[in-house]
Ligand binder design. Structure first.
Ligand code: AMP
Ligand code: MN
Ligand code: MN
Ligand code: MN
Length: 279
């Protein structure tokens, strides 16, 4: 039986990816992706281009976004799929969420300066495709290019994370707001890469319950951030909470990303794919 090759999570130069929406569409298509979504962080600026590029290639497109949320003092990412990219409430919410990134970046740079790494803000800016969206990824690229670290994995093991130089805590959107904006834009809210969060099991249960109460409907099961045993763990979570399951590479760059577009295993059987609601 043919299973659909869906890849519903990746990033372009409009956030912290290195490829344009058009090049990503080409790459997804040549890798066999049949349903694709570009999910830039806190930004919809690439949606029209992605949609057009997918259409030109005859590939189905679902509009997307990945919203940064602060929940229980940690960052959680919520993907919105099938949203109307013109929806004023979503656009305003994302604008507010992006707000503060520049000041945070300057504070990150000050910390790195104190750790002996000079010019990080200007250095990171060299990699930024969208002035409203400077992220830790851009700092990571600067730290690799300037020879401080050999790759971005080494960066995130030693810098930019809680307890290491260059980490600045930041208040993103609330879970209720993020899910609310997605729903008012007609989309489906999906918990991104749940295996990455460092919550207690009680907190994780509360996250799933609150998300469901707010109208959240999906969870990523097969993602570039999960191990094969985590596919099984989160397949069980999906069944337990009645969430639809999503699949996405979280591709950012051909060298940095260890999973390419469309190259993940299929969803475990029994799960209801989130893309079934868009068919
Ligand atoms: P920000 O939104 O500025 O906090 O940046 C978050 C981005 O940094 C994520 O979307 C990833 O692209 C990247 N990132 C965070 N942690 C890691 C990690 N451990 N390894 C590689 N990339 C990471
Ligand atoms: Mn990213
Ligand atoms: Mn993410
Ligand atoms: Mn992502």
């Amino acid at each position: 039986m043919h299973t659909i090759n869906a890849d519903l999570h990746c990033h372009s130069v409009v956030s912290d990816g290195t490829l344009t929406p058009e090049v990503l569409a080409q790459r997804a298509h040549s890798n066999g992706v049949e349903i694709w979504s570009l999910t830039d962080h806190d930004e919809l600026g690439g949606q029209e281009r992605a949609q057009k590029a997918a259409q030109d290639l005859g590939m189905r497109y679902i509009s997307g976004v990945e919203i940064s949320v602060t929940w229980c003092q940690q960052t959680v990412h919520i993907v919105g799929l099938g949203i109307d990219p013109q929806n004023p409430e979503l656009l305003e919410g994302l604008y507010q969420t992006r707000n503060g990134r520049t000041n945070r970046a300057k504070a990150m740079s000050d910390q790195l300066d104190q750790a002996g790494i000079k010019g990080a803000y200007e250095g990171a800016l060299q990699f930024v495709g969208n002035p409203e969206l400077i992220s830790r990824t851009h700092f990571a690229r600067f730290l690799v290019e300037s020879g401080v670290c050999k790759d971005t994995n080494e960066v995130f093991a030693n810098y930019l994370v809680d307890g290491k130089p260059g980490f600045v805590a930041h208040e993103w959107a609330s879970l209720a707001n993020a899910v609310g904006w997605i729903k008012s834009a007609g989309g489906v809210a999906v918990i991104a890469h749940p295996g990455r969060y460092r919550y207690t099991s009680l907190q994780l249960t509360q996250l799933y319950e609150q998300f469901k109460d707010l109208g959240g409907e999906g969870i990523e099961v097969v993602t570039g951030s999960h191990s094969s045993s985590e596919y099984q763990t989160f397949a069980k979570v999906a069944l337990q909470y009645g969430f639809m399951a999503s699949r996405g590479s979280d591709f950012h760059d051909p060298i940095e990303s260890h999973v390419d577009l469309g190259q993940l295993p299929d969803l475990p059987t029994q799960l209801r794919p989130v893309w079934s609601v868009f068919q």
